[in-house]
Design a protein around this ligand. Structure first.
Ligand SMILES: [Zn+2]
Length: 311
């Protein structure tokens, strides 16, 4: 127990130290909310390089890259079923729909320091939880023989304020998604996990593959978490950023079975409910892993790494 506590304290200290380094060097700009940062041109140059590097691996085999906005329709969010597993991580968008009298009450609450948010109403959009969620409604119907393969990128929101710079509330995922028969999806995930290990290892990162352990919510969530581990539906590629004992997941490969094919009525050419799988690269986390591994100035990184990222 004592050792466990010491590890946790060390981990927290290391997170704080790396966060301070990133902010003091201007690579990230802090805001008043933990886990929300503004990115410098230096940080973004690495993200752009990574985008090109991973995109090159999917060239010719995937439909052209789609960029998604950070919000998605509420009904799509509901059908993604995210609310059932991770209600504590969701982000709802509220707006004001009242009249002049309601507006006056809102301003009165605002000026008196009372809770003005009670005058807001949920809008028809939610913040995106995963980059591939907005894709599925566009696939409703029957897929061509062999399924479809797509490349997408989008901003994701997860409400988990933390001083760990690798646990941002808003971040980008760059994903490669396959929909079709189970064999197509499992093969897609396996191929991409190996490819991701090669890409990230080639950038000098000490990566390895582990079975994922997602923070499902509540009592039912403990069963979902056990099921996820037992069935090995999701793997993560982890890399030490602020802790060797607790490496950070910087990419993940997820086989969804018919979790999206069912609710979004996606069928294979044979008429079966389509399965899906995705590999997601966490752009901010990979960038942080590179900054931690090679130093805060990308111009001083090994030339092999700079060349691959066109820095
Ligand atoms: Zn995905």
């Amino acid at each position: 127990m004592v050792q466990h506590t010491t590890l946790a304290t060390d981990r927290l200290a290391a997170q704080r130290e790396f966060r301070t380094e990133l902010i003091d060097s201007g690579v990230l700009v802090a805001t008043s909310v933990d886990g929300l940062y503004q990115r410098s041109a230096v940080f973004e140059s690495v993200v752009r390089g990574l985008e090109r590097r991973v995109s090159a691996e999917g060239a010719d085999r995937y439909e052209p890259l789609l960029f998604f906005p950070p919000v998605l329709p509420r009904d799509v969010f509901v059908r993604s079923d995210y609310l059932r597993s991770f209600p504590d991580l969701t982000g709802s968008v509220d707006t004001f729909v009242g009249d002049d009298r309601d507006h006056a009450e809102l301003l009165q609450a605002l000026d008196s320091g009372a809770d003005w948010t009670q005058y807001l109403t949920p809008a028809e959009v939610m913040l995106c939880s995963a980059a591939c969620h907005p894709l599925y409604p566009s696939l409703t119907g029957t897929l061509p023989v062999g399924g479809r393969r797509m490349e997408v990128q989008g901003f994701c929101f997860r409400h988990e304020p933390s001083i760990d710079p690798a646990r941002m509330q808003v971040f980008r995922q760059h994903e490669f998604v396959a929909v079709g028969d189970p064999e197509v999806c499992v093969a897609h995930r396996e191929e991409w996990l190996e490819r991701a290990l090669r890409i990230l290892g080639g950038l000098g990162l000490a990566v390895r593959k582990v079975v994922a352990n997602d923070p499902f919510f509540g009592r039912a969530g403990r069963m979902l978490a056990a099921n996820q581990r037992d069935t090995a539906l999701k793997y993560e590629i982890v890399c030490p950023i602020t802790s060797a004992e607790f490496p950070t997941a910087i990419a993940s490969g997820n086989y969804h079975i018919d979790h999206f094919g069912g609710p979004f009525s996606i069928r294979t050419a044979d008429g079966d409910t389509a399965h899906s799988a995705c590999i997601g690269f966490g752009m901010e986390r990979i960038t942080l892993a590179l900054l931690k591994t090679h130093g805060l100035d990308p111009q001083c990184w090994p030339s092999t790494v700079r060349t691959q990222l066109a820095l």
